[in-house]
Design a protein around this ligand. Structure first.
Ligand SMILES: Cc1cc2nc3c(=O)[nH]c(=O)nc-3n(C[C@H](O)[C@H](O)[C@H](O)COP(=O)(O)OP(=O)(O)OC[C@H]3O[C@@H](n4cnc5c(N)ncnc54)[C@H](O)[C@@H]3O)c2cc1C
Length: 454
């Protein structure tokens, strides 16, 4: 087997080259699987690397269990591979989606669907409107991911922790992983960073911002009589509010609904505790966060068993194997998305993916300093404020599809990823039944540059 020499200042490391492919995707979360499957379906040979034992990232290991942020009013704006996930999960009974007729604001619909989390959380009315969104099961997500990757012919390596990029004169050529067998090298024409923390891009020399937001160790409870709990809340709103306030205090912070139903009867997921001040890429901070979260969880669960009707027989099903980190390093690439871009729904000539009602330009997926490297997912090029509003699972998958299309086009056309035409990516997205956001919606603002010469 060929040995690759990697000279660093401190060591002379030899790593066997274990694979060569057109496209190497690092990180098997929602964005990474979307990128890998899309590139493979477009005809490229693809290798996908994941540090843990399963695919899915925060959607499985982090037990983040609602797909949202994919509508603009009644229009479904995020399509493509996320729709495939929803259909496949529903088929195996592991996703719940409100039917079209139930997607509106009324007390009845709120009582029926609110506790699944399938509502438009951007609307500040009471009750919030029920919308197209999906409550799903984390193991179901892993199964569907495996099926998609296998069917597309992606060369998958789990248990492979990316440690350093292989860069030659500003061009990324591959990546080294740490494994139980020692370091292994993976070579490729194009590398896609979907690690969530731009592990690859940051080590390859790309500029980035570093911030943090809420950190959450999600957990699930079983044995919950959800009907009794909901009836108690509806019939005794003041008492229920007081109990829930106390739970949230014990948890150290949570959204308004600290527990949500899942497709499995009697099992609820708890998107809490919400902790601040932890750096998601600092092992010392993450160790402290794991301990702090479990302390909060233990106290809160003891309290609800004693005090919240419906939760008397609740037991811990599991605490997420992966800490819920929302934000760490963010690429500062060819274009940096701002909060204003998101809130004014700025549309760009090179838009290649769409979130709820906002648009991602191709430039926000391209580092400035490094070639043949693309990024997609929660670490895309944005300000910390913009990222908080544009990092839900479905839009991350849309970005993943866009870079999967772009990487395959670069390989097919023999050009650099920087030279791929956004128009070609838009057409490619449509071929994959994904909305590239090329047609601005009526409430979009148009980027000034887009109108020049128009
Ligand atoms: C607590 C919490 C609640 C949330 N709630 C919602 C919600 O209700 N709905 C919603 O849509 N979104 C929600 N989000 C946001 C959403 O989960 C994330 O933004 C989304 O999962 C990001 O996807 P990603 O693929 O970019 O990154 P990730 O899901 O983080 O995936 C990154 C992948 O890369 C792998 N990886 C990382 N580093 C390496 C390495 N060095 N080598 C190899 N592999 C590596 C990881 O193991 C992982 O599989 C929530 C997030 C959190 C934390």
């Amino acid at each position: 087997m060929q040995q690759l020499d990697l000279r660093t200042t401190t060591e002379d490391l030899k790593a066997p080259v274990v694979s060569r492919s057109n496209v190497l995707v690092v990180g098997g979360g929602p964005a990474g699987v979307a990128a890998a499957v899309t590139a493979a379906r477009s005809g490229a040979s693809v290798t996908l690397l994941e540090r843990y034992s399963a695919l899915g990232g925060l959607a499985s290991g982090g037990m983040v269990l609602v797909l949202d942020d994919m509508i603009n009013g009644q229009e479904i704006t995020v399509t493509g591979i996320v729709s495939e996930y929803v259909e496949r999960l529903e088929r195996i009974g592991l996703a719940v989606v409100p039917p079209a007729g139930d997607r509106h604001a009324s007390t009845d619909m709120w009582n029926k669907w609110g506790r699944f989390g399938t509502f438009d959380f951007h609307t500040h009315t009471t009750p919030k409107p029920i919308c197209y969104a999906a409550a799903f099961d984390p193991d179901g997500w892993k199964r569907v991911s495996n099926d998609l990757v296998r069917e597309a012919g992606v060369n998958l390596r789990l248990h492979s922790w990316f440690s350093r990029p292989i860069v030659d004169d500003g061009v990324v050529k591959g990546a080294i992983c740490e494994t139980k067998s020692g370091p292994q090298a993976f070579m490729a024409d194009v590398v896609i960073d979907t690690t969530g923390d731009i592990d690859v891009a940051s080590r390859a020399g790309a500029s980035y911002a570093h911030d943090s937001y809420l950190t959450t160790l999600v957990f699930r409870l079983g044995g919950v009589d959800t009907r009794a709990a909901e009836e108690f809340e509806q019939e005794n709103p003041r008492e229920a509010r007081a109990i829930n306030r106390k739970v949230k205090r014990l948890l150290g912070g949570a959204w308004e609904l600290w527990w949500l139903k899942t497709p499995i009867e009697g099992v609820v997921w708890c998107n809490a505790p919400h902790m601040t001040g932890y750096d998601g890429v600092d092992p010392a901070d993450m160790t402290a966060a794991e301990f702090a979260a479990r302390d909060h969880i233990t106290e809160a669960v003891d309290y609800v068993r004693e005090n919240l009707p419906g939760f008397e027989r609740a037991y811990m099903v599991d605490v997420a194997p992966q800490m819920g980190v929302r934000q760490t390093r963010l690429l500062q690439g060819e274009y940096v998305m701002t909060k204003d871009d998101v809130t004014t729904r700025r549309h760009f000539a090179d838009t290649v993916a769409r979130g709820r009602d906002y648009y991602y330009p191709y430039r926000s997926l391209l580092p400035r300093e490094v070639d043949q490297l693309l990024v997609a997912g929660r670490h895309y090029s944005a300000t910390p404020e913009a990222q908080k509003m544009s990092r839900e699972i479905p839009p991350c998958m849309a970005m993943g599809q866009a870079v999967g299309v772009a990487a395959a086009l670069a390989v097919e056309q023999g050009i650099t990823v920087r030279d791929v035409s956004p128009l070609d990516i838009q057409s490619g997205m449509r071929r994959h039944h994904a909305d590239p956001g090329d047609i601005p919606s009526q409430n979009a603002s148009i980027d000034a540059k887009e109108t020049v010469g128009a």
